[in-house]
Design a protein around this ligand. Sequence first.
Ligand code: CP3
Length: 360
Amino acid sequence: MEPTNQDSSAAGTLLDGSRFIRACLRRPVDRTPVWFLRQAGRYMQEYRDIRKHHSLIEICKESDLAAEVTITAAEKLGVDAAIIFADLLLPLEPMGLDFEFQAGEGPVVHHPVRTAEDVRALRTDRAGDLAYVARAIQKVAAHFRDRLGVIGFCGAPYTLASYMIEGGGSRNYVHTKQMMYGDPSAWRTLLDKLVKVLEEYCRLQVEAGADVIQIFDSWIGSLGPVDYREYAFEASQRLVRAVQQMGVPVIYFGVETAGLLPQMAATGADIIGLDWRQPLDDAWRAVGHGHAVQGNLDPITLFAPLEILEQRVEQILRAAGGRLGHIFNLGHGIVPGTPVENVQAVVRMVHGFRLEAPHG
Ligand code: CP3
C-alpha cells in the first residue's frame, strides 16, 4: 500500500526538519503544512499600518521592514512557512526598467520593451542590486531557525517578460504574443536575459537562507499548451534546474494551468502550485504523483460562512487523500478585505484534520 503522509510508522522521523520542508520533499509529516499566497498584505491591519508610512517599494528595500512584515504575517496566522516580503517586479529595475505601483491600477512600467533594440538594451550584470531581498531573508531565517520554512521567490521568465512588454497587467497579452510570434529571436534573447538575472537573484536568496524557491508563472495560463511548449517551457525548465542545483526544492506555480500541468511538471519542479479551477485529485493526477503539489482553495472562499469554508478545506484535504507531498494553500493570493480570522480558521482546520484510519 502506498504510504500516507500521516504514517505513524514514520513517527520517529516526523520532527526532523520543518513539516513544510518535509512535505516539499514528499516525506511523512505529523500534519499537513499550510501557508497562503499573499499572506502579508493589505487585508492585514499590521501591514496597513506600516503602509501608512512607507510605499510598497520602500518596504521591500528596507530589509528590517520587509523582515518584520514577513514575520508578523506568518506568526499571526500560525502557518508553516514564511514567504519573503518582496515583489515580482523588483528585478526589472536592475535590468534598466523603471516602474511604479499606481494606486488602484497595479504596476506600471514606464518604457515597455517592444523591439529587439529594447531587448538588447536590457542589462544582466546588476542582479547584485537585489541584495536587499537577501538581507531580509537572512533576518527572517535567523528569527525562525528550523521552526518554519522560509520561501524565497521570483517571477518565471514568461510572466516577467509579459510585464516588461505590456508595461503592466494585461487582458489579452497582445504585445507579448506579437513579439513571441513576430520576432522569436528577440523573444528568446529576452528570456535568456531574464533567466540569467533570475538565476543570480535566486542564488542570493538561497545563500541568505531561503529553504525553498517559488517561481511564480502567474500569467502562464494565457498560453495554450502548444505555445507553452514552443515559447516558454525551455526557459522555465532552465531556471528550475539552475535553482535545484543550488540545493533547494522548487515550487512552480501558475494560474489557469489545467491544460499545462503535465508540461509544468516536466520542467522537473519538485512541487507544482495549483489554482482552484480543478479538483485537487484530478490536477495531481495530471501533474503525476511523483511531484508534490500545493493548493488549492479559491481565495474568495475566505469570505464564505465558516461551515462552507470548512467543507471546502476538507474537500481539498480528502482529495489529497493523505498522499505524501501535499502543502495546503490557496489557488491564488489573498485579496484585500479578506477577514483575517477566516484565514486563521483555515490554519486550525488544516492542522486539526485527520484522515479516517485507513482500512485493512
Ligand atoms: O505574502 C506575500 O505573498 C507578499 C509578498 C508578495 C508581494 N507580491 C507583495 C505585494 C509576493 C509573493 C508578490 C508576488 C507578485 N507580485 C506576483 C505573483 C503572485 C500573483 O499574485 O500571481 C505578481 C503578479 C506581482 C505584481 C504585483 N504587485 C501586482 C499585480 C500587484 C497588485 C497591485 C494592487 O494594487 O493590487 C502588486 C502589489 C503588491 N505586491 C502588494 C503586495 C502586498 C499590494 C499592494 C500594496 O501594498 O500597495
